[in-house]
Write a protein that binds this ligand. Structure first.
Ligand code: PLP
Length: 452
């Protein structure tokens, strides 16, 4: 592993502050404390430029199935670069890995006779999908079916289309006007239910909110509903049993397309190959990215059902695409990555290790932990001041918790101020999970003592 001396480290940090405009970061904190520059990774471990070791408790941004430094993926990329580094998929061209990946993804998803459009990530995928659903209805003759409904606290990306479906306050402020034709319904956040109800007596009020919204907007104006199976960035919310079945029923009743954003959940993270497989609901469109390549190279996919492809076929064209749609190197890496996920049955490890992580945190029975929830390797810890009343600290505890954890060798993340995200790579071992539990729980305890 390459090492850096103190002078090199200082120069790197200075250059970062002076020239690198970070995505979704606090510029104030960066100016005060400098950047955290990573130099290397192996498996679930990361090493910064000063040589400190960390457990990767977030799999980057929820993305890595295989962890860092996988030699098989490196070889797949190398081989494809030397064979054919790029060719376009515009104008009826294709490449061998592009075709094979489309075929492979179509064979895996819970949509029959699926057709796969390739992009470079989640936001591009969602933008593609929002254009697709409008194009679909316009070409079917439903000229007014344009509105896309997502949920409060949703994160679907940051390009203008994706951002308009994202509903986290900080992301909208100052970027208005967003795209017209987007609206929002309640999130299934059972711990702090937006309707003040309790499952199952609630009658799935959060799902029925979609029906209410469609009626309010007029079914003739609504094109699609988009949701993650388990909402990630919004705070790790696992919908109750029956939620997506109800959503599917409502979408069918009003001829609204159901878009399943599996950008985080796809390829095994939740303990099944796709998050939606935890419910009995078949989407019309599935959005994929992140674990499709374990993040080794950028890639995303919008997967559509036959009924949508039929309309495109009748129209005879779909005038939308990116230079990197179907990039052969990204597709070759994705194929190898999926081969390894299937060979190692990594979704089973995600289920086992996710359970261990969840139970490990529960067993510590910490005063500041209102709820630990999740499915597979998507775990959220809701921090509170008072467990009985669910009261939150006026200044959220989360930032301090992740700071202490980082000092002790764990990268974790804070969502919406007071929810700690844990989502390590899907290859994580029991020993590494136990270490995550120890570091994060100690950090919560310490931060809580400081605040009280
Ligand atoms: N959709 C979901 C559910 C996501 O979590 C994300 C990113 O975290 C996106 C879409 C956007 O993906 P990207 O950052 O690759 O554009």
């Amino acid at each position: 592993m390459k090492t850096y001396d103190a002078v090199e480290v200082e120069a790197l940090k200075k250059a970062d502050v002076e020239h690198f405009l970070h995505p979704t970061s606090s510029i104030t904190r960066l100016m005060e404390r400098g950047p955290k520059i990573m130099a290397a990774g192996k498996g679930c471990k990361l090493y910064d430029v000063e040589g400190r070791e960390y457990i990767d408790g977030t799999a980057g941004l929820w993305l890595s199935a295989l962890g860092h430094g996988n030699a098989e993926l490196a070889e797949a990329a190398r081989e494809q670069i030397l064979t054919l580094e790029y060719w376009t998929a515009f104008n009826e061209y294709s490449t061998v890995p592009t075709v094979k990946l489309a075929e492979k993804v179509a064979s895996m998803v819970p949509i029959e006779n699926a057709h796969v459009f390739l992009t470079s990530g989640g936001s591009e995928t969602n933008d593609t999908v929002f254009k697709l659903v409008r194009y679909y209805f316009h070409n079917k003759g439903y000229k007014s079916k344009e509105i896309i409904i997502s949920r409060q606290r949703a994160y679907h990306g940051t390009t203008y289309g994706a951002l308009s479906a994202t509903k986290l306050p900080n992301f909208h402020e100052g970027f208005e006007p967003l795209l017209p034709g987007f609206d929002y319904v309640a999130v299934p956040y059972c711990y702090l239910c937006p309707f003040g109800k309790e499952y199952p007596g609630c009658g799935l009020e959060c799902a029925l909110d979609l029906e209410r919204k469609i009626q309010e907007l007029g079914p003739d104006n609504v094109a699609a509903f988009v949701a993650e199976p388990i909402m990630g960035t919004g705070g790790v919310f696992v919908p109750p049993a029956g939620y997506f079945e109800k959503i599917r029923e409502i979408c069918d009743r009003y001829e609204v397309l159901y878009v399943d954003d599996e950008v985080i959940c796809g390829f095994g993270r939740t303990g099944k190959l796709f998050g939606i497989l935890h419910w009995e609901a078949t989407p019309d469109i599935i959005c994929l990215a992140k674990a499709i390549t374990s993040g080794y190279v950028p890639l995303g996919a919008a997967v559509v059902s036959e009924k949508i492809f039929d309309v495109l076929k009748q129209k005879g064209t779909f005038p939308h695409g990116y230079t990197y749609s179907g990039h052969p190197v990204a597709c070759a890496v994705a194929l190898k990555n999926i081969e390894i996920i299937e060979r190692e049955r990594l979704w089973e490890n995600a289920a086992r290790m996710g359970g261990r992580l969840l139970n490990g945190i529960k067993e510590r029975n910490l005063e500041a932990v209102g709820e630990v929830r999740g499915l597979g390797l998507m775990v959220g810890i809701d921090l509170v001041k008072d467990r009985a009343t669910k009261e939150k600290f006026p200044t959220p505890l989360g930032a301090r918790v992740i700071e202490i954890a980082y000092e002790n060798g764990l990268v974790c993340r804070c969502l919406a101020g007071d929810i700690i995200q844990l989502s390590p790579p899907m290859i994580i071992t029991a020993e590494e999970v136990d270490r995550i539990v120890e570091i994060v729980c100690d950090a919560i305890e310490k931060a809580y003592q400081e605040y009280t």
